[in-house]
Design a binder for this molecule. Structure first.
Ligand SMILES: O=C(O)CCC(=O)C(=O)O
Ligand SMILES: [Fe+2]
Length: 247
């Protein structure tokens, strides 16, 4: 099954509705940009892909991707990764390895819909050339990804990561990495915030919607950690695709 679709932007489709046909994927451009400071920023497009097309992709990925739940090493112990994963990459790139685990790199050609999603992402992120993809499947609220940053050397010093979500909405959290300088600053800010009775917490939360796109850019992986915590009430499947550029 393949979805070769013509992409049009929301602006094009509203300015010339007759230019659209039923095979068009209308890409929404309504986006929120968050400046995290010090050269880190995020772009969030809640309705990036149309809902019905996103459900078709969800069903395809859920059924056809060779999901695996690997054993990884965390603080010297072997643990089952708390979600299913799969890795897709262009042949000839340096191999990805994390937490003592090296995933097999499947090819884009084996899963044609991934190329359509990649095309939509490339259209939304000017100048991007993603050549690898890590897929995650969260089977329910007990599946999660703990605090981490995607700062592996093969992604370069300022990785650009584009994340597309399908299915169950889950919270995506970001918090600033601790540093000696920022701890000192934090102590001063806490003192001040107690006085002002305000909360100065360096955290951000996005509820990642079905069909949404979130892009992390600049120093995000150097200065920030992100996670998708367990949520008892999230009882259905969520599939997340993170597109990355390997150098
Ligand atoms: O599922 C998500 O939204 C995030 C996944 C993630 O952070 C990762 O694969 O590195
Ligand atoms: Fe990540």
């Amino acid at each position: 099954m393949s979805y070769r679709l013509r992409m049009v932007t929301e602006e094009e489709s509203t300015s010339s509705p007759s230019g659209c046909n039923s095979n068009d994927v209308v890409i929404s451009k309504k986006q929120q940009t968050v400046d995290l400071g010090d050269g880190s920023d995020l772009i969030y497009i809640p309705r990036f892909l149309p809902s019905d097309q996103s459900w078709k992709w969800f069903d395809y990925l859920n059924k056809h991707i060779p999901w695996t739940r690997p054993t990884i090493r965390v603080f010297g112990r072997s643990v089952l990764q708390p979600r299913d994963i799969c890795y897709v990459a262009t042949p000839g790139l340096p191999e990805l390895s994390y937490s003592g685990y090296q995933p097999h790199a499947y090819s884009w050609d084996e899963y044609p819909p991934l190329k359509d999603i990649l095309e939509a992402v490339h259209g939304a992120v000017p100048g991007s050339h993603f050549n690898s993809l890590l897929l995650n499947r969260y089977k329910g609220g007990g599946d999660y990804v703990s605090w981490h940053s995607d700062d592996e050397k093969l992604y370069g010093s300022t990785p650009e990561i584009a994340s597309v979500s399908f299915g169950c909405e889950r919270e995506f959290l970001l918090k600033k990495k601790p540093s000696k300088l920022s701890q000192e600053k934090k102590r001063k800010e806490e003192h001040l915030s107690k006085k002002l009775k305000t909360c100065l917490d360096n955290r951000h939360c996005f509820v990642l919607k079905h069909g949404s796109l979130l892009v992390m850019r600049g120093n995000c992986q150097r200065d920030w950690l992100h996670s998708v915590p367990k949520r008892a009430k999230a009882d259905t499947i969520r599939i997340n695709l993170t597109f990355r550029h390997v150098f």
